[in-house]
Design a protein around this ligand. Structure first.
Ligand code: HEM
Length: 284
């Protein structure tokens, strides 16, 4: 029986490490994917596969498409595709480091590590801006309905956002609350927030069809740079794409106020295969 990768629907771990791999031309892709099957348990390590390895095997997954680079008034969002995306979930930074090293070795030579980011849970589940993240996430059966397709697979949108804390801290507290559309002190939704407020832009039931996502984002930090690794699972990429377009003002010219203090520096879609008998179920 197909089951979803369990990590998708579990609560956030205390720590994580994200790995993104490129496909090396002229290598044995099937062997690389077989190695991936041996590594991924779906719970501690969640995997997403990009278009390149599937294409190299002559396979197409309905619903998996390139992440579109989009532009709205004054804002661009990049598309940075990768062949594989892995979300290592854990609670010990050293263990995550060693797990990542073993995975890198096991996936060679077909896949080479291109990107690696450490992430963590902050203040019980807040973004580094201090706002609670995930409040309006669907839960239980609603989460399964939003994130998991009929065959147990899922699609994930991944965007690394870099925050500009000087811009954020230069704003008055009320202006910050109006950027998000919630009050930081008590997480109360603000009815009088402007239309640019993030939660007004992305209100899931305001889309046709409704655009529910299971967001599993975590703060990341490296050196002096930090932000949010935005990770959203859906039974297709459509809900994410509809929300991103509205955030960029492509529906009505109103750009999401989040862009005043943070920008995405990457963007990609991946297909997260289901598990069968404890193994990733890959197309034959
Ligand atoms: C740095 C980037 C982002 C930050 C800091 C951020 C932060 C937040 C916060 C604080 C909330 C309110 C609490 C909650 O319901 O979770 C929220 C809600 C939400 N965000 Fe984001 N977000 C970011 C990017 C995105 C992106 C890229 C999307 C989708 C394209 C998105 C979709 C949503 C949705 C669907 C909601 C719930 C809206 C509702 O139905 O009330 N967010 N976000």
């Amino acid at each position: 029986m197909n089951t979803p990768q369990a990590g998708i629907l579990l609560p956030l771990p205390p720590l994580a490490r994200y790995l993104a791999f490129n496909l090396e031309p002229g290598t044995d892709v099937a062997a690389g994917l077989a190695a991936l099957q041996d590594i991924v348990d779906g719970e501690r390590t969640v995997a997403g596969i990009g278009m390149a390895p599937l294409g190299a095997l002559g396979r197409k997954i309905a619903g998996l498409k390139p992440f579109p680079p989009l532009s709205g008034p004054g804002v661009d969002i990049p598309s940075t595709p990768f062949a594989l995306w892995l979300w290592l979930r854990g609670d010990d930074r050293g263990e995550l480091l060693h797990r990542a090293r073993h995975i890198e070795t096991a996936l060679a030579p077909a896949f080479t590590l291109a990107d690696s980011w450490d992430a963590f849970k902050h203040d019980g589940g807040r973004d580094l801006s201090g706002y609670e993240d995930g409040t309006e996430n669907p839960e239980g059966d609603a989460a399964t309905a939003a994130a998991i397709a009929a065959d147990g697979s899922s699609f994930v949108a991944v965007q690394r956002w870099t925050h500009n804390f000087s811009h954020f801290e230069a704003m008055q507290p009320e202006e910050r609350d109006h950027c998000i559309g919630r009050r930081r002190s008590d997480n109360e939704e603000l009815d009088d927030a402007p239309e640019s407020a993030h939660v007004k832009r992305t209100a899931q039931e305001s889309f046709t069809p409704e655009a529910f996502l299971v967001r599993r984002s975590m703060p990341w930090a490296e050196g002096r740079n930090a932000g949010l690794m935005f990770v959203a699972f859906g039974h297709s990429v459509d809900a994410f794409q509809a929300q991103m377009r509205r955030m960029l003002g492509l529906e009505d010219g109103i750009v999401d106020a989040l862009f005043r203090f943070t920008r995405p520096v990457s963007g990609a879609y991946f297909w997260c295969p289901p598990m069968v008998g404890g193994k990733l179920a890959l197309p034959a």
